[in-house]
Design a protein around this ligand. Structure first.
Ligand code: 13P
Length: 340
């Protein structure tokens, strides 16, 4: 393990005013989003789409790292350049999703555990050769009347820690993603309780496996009310609860925390991040974004599967990247949306 290299990679991923573009949707997820818009679910269309996302050179000013899916890291842009090389060219660190999805947790109806540890050491070595310098593994925690169970928290935290140790051994920075889903009618207090529990459990397991704090990035959910909660917490409440939770669980040495968007609207996700960075709490870690949907959805609609729309759609995602880059510095305002 080369700790200096891990630190340098992590620093580049969450550099001031930059965040991470999650463009690592698996085939089923990507196809589902294409189908909704009537876009053909072919390899060629996925390639064209991802070419569009990285078309603007300026993306590198706001994006420090981009997470690719296995298919994409082996593909080329429409100009014939490998995607990992395209990312390096515009100053973005290439990353790779390495988990193999959340599966039913045995004996625990309604709960999931993420798989993918078997053979991971060899897969990481290959991805390193292909240019990846960081990886992602997502665990999924569902809130319900009697869940999550301790069994679910421990199984997922253990897998995340094993994954993170394997990454660091290969000089790949692990993004550790324990996602508490926003589905349900739970309150923000319940969201806090579960988010706190999983984060605490994850850091205990990371410590046990010897993972170096300086060479990892945490990708958490924000502490929000469930989608169907009767009284949803406002932006300020979300910002305060989220930062309070992180202060209670995340070691000071972790260089960066990059949030998932989890189904928030584009402007909600940007406003929440901005509010956290405006709290003026002199936080020890960079607080930034690692959004999938909240960066991509407007651009996907603008593209709509038509190559004639590539240039316009590329400017749409550049705009969202710029807004979130501003939020990562606490300098976003909704007027900036109108100005564009
Ligand atoms: P969302 O921002 O769409 O939640 O996706 C982020 C991600 O990478 C989930 O693993």
């Amino acid at each position: 393990m080369n700790l200096q290299q891990l630190k340098d990679t992590a620093a580049a991923m969450v550099a001031p005013g930059r965040g991470i573009l999650a463009m690592d949707e698996s085939h089923p997820t990507c196809n589902k989003r294409f189908e909704k818009l009537g876009i053909p679910t072919t390899e060629e269309k996925r390639q064209e789409y991802r070419h569009m996302l990285l078309k603007e050179n300026e993306m590198g000013q706001f994006i420090g790292g981009a997470i690719l899916f296995d298919e994409t890291i082996r593909q080329q842009t429409l100009d014939g350049q490998p995607f990992a090389e395209r990312l390096q060219q515009i100053g973005i660190v290439p990353g790779i999703k390495v988990d193999q999805g959340a599966k039913e947790l045995a004996l625990h109806p309604g709960e999931k555990v993420t798989e993918g540890l078997d053979g991971l050491r060899d897969r990481l070595k290959e991805y390193y050769e292909l240019g990846a310098r960081f990886a992602k593994w997502r665990a999924v925690i569902t809130i319900g009347p009697d869940i999550p169970s301790q069994a679910c928290l421990v199984a997922n935290a253990h897998a995340l820690a094993r994954y993170a140790a394997l990454c660091q051994e290969t000089d790949i920075v692990p993004i550790v993603e324990p996602e508490v889903l926003m589905d349900g009618s739970h309150t923000i207090e319940r969201s806090y309780e579960v988010t706190h529990a999983i984060q605490k459990c994850v850091f205990e397991h990371l410590k046990e496996q010897g993972v170096a704090w300086e060479g990892m990035v945490l990708k958490p959910n924000m502490v929000v009310s469930g989608y169907d909660c009767a009284e949803r917490a406002d932006v300020q409440q979300v910002a305060e609860a989220t930062v309070r939770c992180l202060r209670a669980t995340v070691p000071l040495e972790v260089p960066g925390i990059a949030f998932l968007s989890g189904g928030q609207t584009d402007e909600e996700a940007t406003s929440h991040l901005n509010a956290m960075n405006q709290l003026g709490q002199n936080l020890p870690w960079a607080l930034t974004f690692s959004y999938g949907r909240a960066l991509q959805q407007a651009a996907m609609q603008a593209w709509n599967g038509d190559s004639a729309n590539i240039d316009r759609a590329a400017r749409v995602i550049l705009h969202r990247a710029r807004m979130n880059g501003a939020a990562a510095k606490g300098r976003y305002s909704t007027e900036m949306e109108q100005a564009a």
